[in-house]
Design a protein around this ligand. Structure first.
Ligand code: ZN
Length: 277
């Protein structure tokens, strides 16, 4: 499942091709993804430009210039965009290519085998209050997310810190993988009750979250070199994780075997020595 770094990388990959370019055609091949696609989706976009492309949590938002609408995209479980620039030599539409955006210089295809993604058109005035966006906490890479803010958010929470980090009302976009990675870097046990973190630990954890996400975005960014190739796909890249997925292998710091537990139906990995309970 794409996490924040993949979405950020996807956004940065789409921007040079879609932002400010007139959409010459928009072809929709399915009636719905996770939610129905507006039957006027194509009509509302063709002949228009997308501007102010940005990310909020794991949503990609873009204003439809000259209209009062905003396009909202989400990759769901398996969504991916592929950019084709060789317009004279386009491959046939692939299975699960559900939406194709075409400009004068590129064709951008949205492929989603599991159809959990979203492609919505919502009135721009409703964006801030849209049910998907309304109750989101701070973005992890902004100054609004600091040790004081996290410490305050943890005070009333008795749940373990790891699932709490994955609650978008506490902080946006810290998914399962990066919650484990951040807690490992911070030396905090993932099973620790949220309200028992000290102010100092909250500060360290915030810095570790920012670091792991920034590193992952940088790693994804390095894959962007390839994205303009005719088969260039956006949004997925090989990660090197310090603790995630390393059950039974020696901790990279102290060689203690990494432990896997399940919290809120999701796998958590940690080092019992570096992250004492
Ligand atoms: Zn260790």
């Amino acid at each position: 499942m794409p996490e924040l770094p993949e979405v950020e990388t996807t956004l940065r990959g789409l921007q040079p091709f879609l932002e400010g370019a007139v959409l010459e055609s928009v072809d929709v091949y399915v009636a719905q993804l996770r939610q129905p696609i507006n039957k006027y989706f194509s009509k509302l976009l063709v002949g228009k430009c997308l501007t102010q492309m940005r990310r909020r949590n794991k949503y990609i938002l873009a204003e439809v210039a000259g209209t009062s609408n905003t396009l909202l995209l989400h990759l769901g479980m398996s969504g991916r965009f592929t950019i084709f620039t060789g317009l004279n030599n386009l491959p046939p539409r692939a299975k699960h290519d559900h939406i194709i955006f075409k400009t004068a210089h590129a064709e951008v295809r949205y492929n989603d085998a599991r159809r959990f993604g979203l492609a919505l058109i919502i009135p721009t005035v409703e964006v801030a209050n849209h049910p998907l966006l309304l109750k989101l906490g701070p973005e992890p890479l902004t100054d609004a997310f600091d040790g004081t803010a996290l410490f305050k958010a943890l005070q009333r929470r008795t749940t373990a810190i790891k699932p709490t980090l994955m609650d978008a009302a506490v902080v946006c976009g810290v998914g399962n993988i990066y919650a484990s990675e951040s807690l490992f870097r911070a030396g905090i046990n993932p099973l620790k009750s949220s309200q028992n973190l000290s102010r100092k630990q909250a500060g360290v954890l915030v810095e570790c979250i920012k670091t792991v996400l920034t590193e992952a975005i940088a790693a994804g960014g390095s894959t962007l070199r390839d994205y303009a190739q005719p088969d260039g796909q956006l949004g997925y890249f090989a990660h090197i994780f310090k603790v995630y997925g390393r059950k039974g292998q020696g901790c990279l710091v102290c060689k203690t075997p990494v432990v896997q537990v399940v919290q809120a139906q999701r796998s958590t990995f940690y080092c019992p020595s570096c992250q004492p309970g």
